[in-house]
Design a protein around this ligand. Structure first.
Ligand SMILES: *Cc1c(COP(=O)(O)O)cnc(C)c1O
Length: 405
């Protein structure tokens, strides 16, 4: 899964280029930097590799989402529809621009259920934010149709699905804007970083200013820049962009290894009739960083986890249903409105009602699901060994359940 597993000379070379001049800031210092612009170079590579017109690097995936929302004019009073299964960054970004996160159920794609999205639309809805979790995608045709019909913004959180595609287009380039995260555990990494991708020049220009205190970057130097609007500092550094330049060239290799290992592992689980797999709207477009699969019931899945723990081989298997960071069930800080700063009454009211909102549809999906992370460092022998051990553990719990039934 994570690109850091393949760090090598390429990342070092780009880092050393930057350290030759010592100019680790992406803007300014045009003389001393001697023509070295790693962030600009990476933005160009991103547009080429992923097939979008514009890319704006940021300090993180979270700040990329925040930046995209600001650039798309999403803010106070606006409702943004997001899934109940995602990383906390999704609602953090929505709240940071003053908007209201509206959480809806996921289906067996592990992403937004289009029917749940439709049912959640109100006159205040401005944006639908699918999150392409664990390497695979939401049903983009259905979501696009809903957004078009209701005149809504489609913002893709593709932070976890770098390199994934839907009907030939890269995830993150299909909506009005899309984001990747380049944090340390993502498919390719800058250490920390993110990007907003868009085909709108206007959105790009807003992202460009917003991530650098509102600078229009049109002055003869930074002091002469104008500030057409208020921004923040969500800049990436040249050192982080340098690492990304090494990583982006490894993406085809990373995807190929993931695909191969994923297929081997899947072949073991596919032999068990009780195991089903995540629904993938475009199976060709999976980035294969995880194998997500289901057992028929929550109790069988919990028995499997207990068995894997007992054998000390559970590592790398993510049971999101009990996870503190990825599922509504454990987001107590959000549901209890535990913020350091005061929040608006509208945000507070919307968050408090999450305590009683019915997520039984999501629960029924997530309580039966495990995502197995695919490592880039496994040998073929190790993948076969893992597959065999997992399949044996599943068969064991199924047999025990059959006996006790
Ligand atoms: C990682 C991640 C983010 C945020 O990325 P950071 O770079 O860690 O801020 C946003 N959304 C999802 C789904 C993520 O997995």
């Amino acid at each position: 899964m994570p690109g850091f597993e393949l760090f090598g000379e390429e990342e070092k070379k780009h880092i050393n280029d930057v350290m030759e001049t010592g100019i680790i800031m992406r803007y300014g210092f045009d003389g001393p930097r001697k023509g070295i612009f790693k962030a600009i170079e990476l933005e160009k590579r991103i547009t080429e590799v992923f097939g979008c017109q514009y890319a704006q690097l940021t300090s993180s995936g979270t700040s990329a989402l925040t930046t995209a929302m600001a650039a798309l004019n999403i803010g106070f009073g606006d409702e943004v529809i997001m899934p109940s299964f995602t990383f906390v960054a999704s609602f953090e970004a929505i709240l940071s621009v003053g908007a209201i996160p509206v959480l809806v159920d996921v289906d067996e794609t592990l992403t937004l259920d289009p029917e749940a999205v439709r049912a959640a639309i109100t006159p205040k809805t401005r944006c639908v934010m699918p999150v392409h979790m664990c390497g695979s995608m939401a049903d983009m045709d259905a979501l696009k149709a809903i957004c078009t019909a209701h005149n809504l913004i489609l913002l893709e959180d593709a932070c976890q699905s770098i390199g994934g595609t839907y009907k030939g287009k890269h995830l993150g380039t299909i909506g009005h804007a899309g984001t990747f995260s380049f944090d340390f555990v993502k498919t390719i990494t800058c250490g920390e970083g993110g990007v907003v991708m868009t085909n709108s020049k206007e959105v790009l220009e807003k992202c460009d200013g917003y991530t650098d205190h509102g600078h229009d970057h049109k002055g003869v130097d930074r002091g002469a820049d104008l500030h057409p609007f208020v921004g923040y500092n969500f800049r990436i550094s040249e050192l982080h962009a340098a690492i990304g330049l090494g990583q982006i060239e490894k993406l085809p290799t990373i995807l190929a290894i993931q695909k191969k290992n994923n297929h081997i592992l899947r072949s073991y689980l596919a032999e068990i009739p009780e195991v089903t797999f995540r629904v993938v709207p475009d199976p060709e477009g999976d980035n294969f960083s995880f194998l997500s699969w289901f057992l028929p019931t929550e109790s069988l899945m919990r028995a499997f986890i207990t068995e894997m723990k007992a054998q000390n081989i559970l590592a790398g298997n993510f049971y999101w249903y009990d996870n503190n960071w990825h599922y509504i069930k454990k987001w107590h800080h959000l549901k209890e409105v535990t913020f350091l700063n005061n929040v608006s009454e509208a945000q507070k009211a919307a968050l408090l009602q999450l305590q009683t909102q019915d997520f039984s549809v999501s629960n029924a999906v997530m309580s039966r699901c495990i995502s197995t992370a695919i490592s880039l460092t496994w040998t073929e022998e190790q993948v076969h060994d893992k597959g065999a051990k997992m399949a044996a553990a599943i068969k064991k719990v199924l047999e025990l359940a059959a006996v006790s039934a």
